[in-house]
Design a protein around this ligand. Structure first.
Ligand SMILES: [Zn+2]
Length: 358
């Protein structure tokens, strides 16, 4: 009953901020699906001017929230949130507080906890985050030879695809996703699916950790006037508690590997660690690019800088992982992402020149 109450509050929030009226598409005709790349050779194969125009277009025109897309994202959250609460219970942290994760264009990579008196806690998850994480994982597994040979994308294709993904995240108000890439198959599909689920679990587990640890009881209201939907309230708990929430979330998730044999652990532990840290790596890269572009990052400062969180979390994980190569995948992700930043920056610089000329 209380979770239903939270769901009602979530729909109210969506409606108040003119995101959507409800999450059920109802009798209205579904919006046409966005243009997509049908084959990997099509990715970034258009003339440079066309590619730049697409980046500029996202920056110039506010896009409408896509009903069916938001509903799909919500369906994922509806599956992942109870899973996280279950994992927390198994790890020994029971919470009597109902929690519902709701998709919302918050503009931040962190989840936002919104206590609803008498009901529980509504965790708002930025609608732009699952799109960004999924696309980045697709590009990475498509471009790096360790996930399959020959690679699906060469360096230049990967660079544009990544620029498109970050551009959509930074300028798309949580309503625009990058032009969808083709479907993956086999090992790449399995890895991306697993890591995306783990990354989503981590975003929610961090917020659940605040609930479990009682952080919200003494939290202070933090209102940010500059989110994609105007002023939004969240709870600020202070940096030490943010680190604590990262640690609790990681501990909850590591427990899920307890029953695995050594061989499975060898595969699953690096994926889990890689997925947790991917969220923070992306946070760092996106914050850095936003600062260079002079963009406002909503709720900046409510959490410690991502580099500090990465450092603290790596120290925590290093003491707890059970396989020797547990941190290797995360290290590969970090190196690859860092190598890509210059290319993304080049595309952004060109897009700015084109945008300014219009
Ligand atoms: Zn937090």
């Amino acid at each position: 009953m209380t979770v239903e109450g939270l769901r009602t509050r979530h729909v109210e929030l969506l409606r108040d901020r003119r995101v959507v009226d409800h999450l059920d598409p109802g009798p209205r005709a579904a919006q046409p699906p966005p243009h997509r790349y049908h084959t990997w050779t099509q990715v970034a194969a258009e003339p440079v001017a066309t590619r730049l125009a697409r980046l500029v277009d996202v920056r110039a025109r506010p896009a409408a929230y896509r009903h069916d897309h938001l509903r799909d994202l919500q369906r994922t959250l509806d599956a992942v949130a109870p899973e996280v609460l279950h994992l927390a219970r198994v790890a020994g942290w029971a919470t009597g507080t109902p929690v519902l994760a709701g998709v919302f264009p918050t503009g931040t990579l962190d989840g936002l906890s919104v206590p609803v008196p008498g009901r529980g806690v509504l965790v708002l998850v930025n609608s732009g985050v699952p799109d960004l994480v999924a696309t980045v994982l697709k590009i990475m597994t498509g471009a790096l030879p360790n996930y399959g040979t020959p690679p699906l994308l060469d360096a230049e294709q990967a660079s544009y695809a990544l620029a498109e993904a970050v551009n959509a995240y930074l300028y798309g108000n949580g309503a625009v996703a990058a032009q969808p890439l083709p479907e993956l198959s086999g090992q790449r599909l399995a890895l991306v699916g697993l890591m995306l689920r783990r990354a989503t679990q981590f975003v929610i587990a961090h917020e659940v950790a605040h609930v479990i640890a009682g952080h919200l009881v003494t939290a202070r209201r933090w209102t940010d006037p500059d989110t994609p939907v105007g002023a939004l309230d969240a709870q600020s708990v202070g940096w030490p508690r943010e680190h604590e929430a990262d640690r609790i979330a990681a501990t909850i998730m590591l427990h899920t590997l307890d029953d695995l044999g050594p061989r499975e652990l060898d595969v699953h532990e690096p994926c889990l660690v890689g997925a947790l840290l991917l969220v923070l790596f992306l946070h760092e890269v996106v914050d850095r690019l936003a600062a260079e572009l002079g963009l406002v990052v909503p709720f900046a400062g409510s959490h410690p800088p991502p580099v500090r969180r990465i450092q603290t979390l790596v120290e925590h994980l290093a003491e707890r992982v059970r396989t020797p190569r547990a941190l290797d995948l995360a290290a590969d992700v970090a190196t690859w992402l860092e190598d890509q930043v210059a290319g993304v920056r080049d595309w952004f610089r060109l897009a700015e020149e084109v945008g300014a000329a219009h």
